[in-house]
Design a protein around this ligand. Sequence first.
Ligand code: GLY
Ligand code: MN
Length: 426
Amino acid sequence: MSPAYLPARRERLAAALAPSDAPLVIGAGEPVPLPEGSDQTYPYRAHAEYVFTAGGDCAGGVIAYDPREGAAGWRSFVPPVTEAERVWCGARPREGEDIGGFTAWLNARAGRRIAALGAPVPGVEADPAASDAARLACAEVRRPKDAHELELMERAVHATLAGYARLPELIRPGITERALQIELEAAFQHAGADRTGYGTIVGAGPNAAVLHFEPSERAVAPGDFVLVDAGAEVRRYVADVTRTYVAGKPSGFQRDLHAAVRQAQERAIARCVPGAEWKQVHLAAAIDLTAGLVGMGILRGQPESLVEQEVHALFFPHGLGHLVGLGVRDASGLARGRTRDPRPSLRSLRMDLPLADGFVVTVEPGLYFIPALLQDPARRARHCDTVNWGLVDAHLTIGGVRIEDDVLVRAGGPKVLTAGIPQALA
Ligand code: GLY
Ligand code: MN
């Protein structure tokens, strides 16, 4: 039986595609074999645009829609279950029409421009303009989360919370980053996760300043920062959370750095209201973080002016966040008609759009001591007057702090979905 939420979701997409007459094809994609030519594949994830319109994964599946046929124009083609799949994987019959019928569907629409989403579908010659328009429409429809999506996200958050609840007792000198990852991920799965939503990040000491650090066998040392960025996935919906701890007693400097990030995050979350421009929320957080660094004596000057000079990017070299839900970046990107802001500190923002009711956004400010940036002679020369380089050099291996929560934007005010995960440093 097709899930009850699908008709409304497809209706919203059909309305967003109008008045285009182009038939729409959305491919799930095929499993990708490992390069060595064995019978193994990379873990399969159907394209998010397929999952959104089909209500689940199905390798080789195709969703097709003909706008001339209204609500009856939605079709779902799936590959028949083979004997080998039944024998090796215990595959069950799939709901949908046999994929063999897709060619006839396509041929019946010969001569019309086809809009293609998802993974490429063999035999489909996509019209680039119609496909681009459909992709934008689909992103706009995906951004506000429906009740079913929010329920799956709640389950992902629940599992994530169970994992983070284990950390305070585990973070002690001697435990390795890898051991922390294993315990965290096991707890996610015991609490209902299918898997993690992205590669778990655990960085101790200087590794806490590596934005996407892959946990190593490094043992946590007394007084280390330990940064953990991880989230559970449930039926393709993910949470994305970061907490930073100290193993043992935090120094005053560590406390101040953590407090600066925490305060900037609290203020940024309050700004997550419908209509707020994400770029402005990002810039306001950059100013708050910079004010924190000025307060600590690391930077000199007016925070607004320092951000204009892009000094903040030495310590906060990433965007404030992104949409999260169906995948860790969900349908982030640019609002209709926008191009990337070319300013060095803004061109890597994962999105540039106004927030709206129902969006779920990560709010993840951070302050890091990254030797690759802070030891760069050109940057040191450019910012020689505004940075207290002596103080920076004294803390070059301290790592960094990031705090990240998932926030539901609502007309009544932001709701922090991950508020149950304590932010305490020690
Ligand atoms: N949680 C990792 C990231 O957002 O890049
Ligand atoms: Mn994130």
